[in-house]
Design a protein around this ligand. Sequence first.
Ligand code: PLP
Length: 429
Amino acid sequence: MTTENQKALHTSAEIFDAFIERSWRSNAERQKAKGAEFVIGKREGVYMWDIEGKRRLIDCGTGGGVHALGHRHPEILAVLRQALDDGRDTGLWSVPNAKYLELQDKLAALAPKAHLNRSVITLCSTLSVDLATMFAFRVTKRQKMLAYRHGYHGHTGFAAIVTGSPEEGIIDHYNLPSHSNFLERFGDLEELDRLLTSEIAAFIIEPMDYETFEAASNDFFTQASRLCKERGVLFIVDETRAGLGRSGTLWASEQYDIDLDMMITGKGLSGGLYPASAVLMRAEIYEHCMNQHRFAYISSLGGNEISCVVAAKVLDVASSPALLENVRKVGAYLHNAFQALCSKHSDVLKGVTSFGLAVSVQVANRDLGRELYRKILADGVLCHSVAEIDPPGLKFFPPLVLTEAEADQIVDTLDRAGSSLRKSVKSAA
Ligand SMILES: Cc1ncc(COP(=O)(O)O)c(C=O)c1O
């Protein structure tokens, strides 16, 4: 018998309506309000089509890097299919398996610093941050974290308590215990110096301000690392979005003279196909946290065989010189092309900030940014978002396999949107 809930869901509008009726209403309404009433059908490389097969979008959001290698990367798909054909399944968490070890060895070989040669594999970065926080509590015997106010580290467990952003954080919403302090200004060493007190177990931060795509300066990261060391605070770098090639090197942390204690990777480690994340750490931390309790960290599915096979292949592709060269080349190309648009549409576009292929175009104000977001979406480009903090910017986080020809399509789209907005800015003046 067909119930009300089993109505056919064939079109984007039907699926959105069903979500609004009986699922995550607030999210569906938020997407609609942004003009993004779009359900993904076919997807391939940098492109996604709607379920109707009518609209094609260049994915410049990539879910914050989940699809960093593009959608359904052929080499990742092939190893996933092969793993299933080889007769693998998730395996058993309690039984050692070679694929887990192979992934750990690969992470150790590719780690940004040689001392980060141990790792725990998990299913997603929220769990990795949760675990890294627990490890920091155990190692330091302290119970408070320090994080950047506008960073994002996850929405459950200890990841939720280090996500203090007023827009995305949910500490107050869920009445969570307050075990964190927050650095209000990215890069502010005086503030950091004040906040790194003897009660802090670890300082967790991303290598770029994800709201503005401003990379951490070498001075900020080196001094942060030094202060942490002096005060017995662990320094944790969360490379969930900045890692795996985004910055032009495999890990952003490679670009800094820092002595980090743990590093987190995730999102793109899944290849956008099978969940995987990891916490890299010093051997002493691993030993102390994983081998001094019989059941130190159990996860039925974290580090399962298929996820390890997929993640290992992602690391091969993301660390290849060709991919990293592409990020540097196309990142600079996009930056310069956007910069040229800023001169052309100077009353609307105000400058460019980038870190590899994380590129933000500053806009005159946030409302104009939202208007631009809608216009370029209607014209075939899904942006990441509009920055929530100043300076307001329109953010592009495209797949790392983006070509210059595809970058041209993005630039042309922004150019057209800029022209039409200039006209309305002029006529309003
Ligand atoms: C920097 C960072 N850390 C952690 C997370 C949590 O990752 P996940 O949602 O995959 O668990 C995210 C997700 O956006 C993130 O951007």
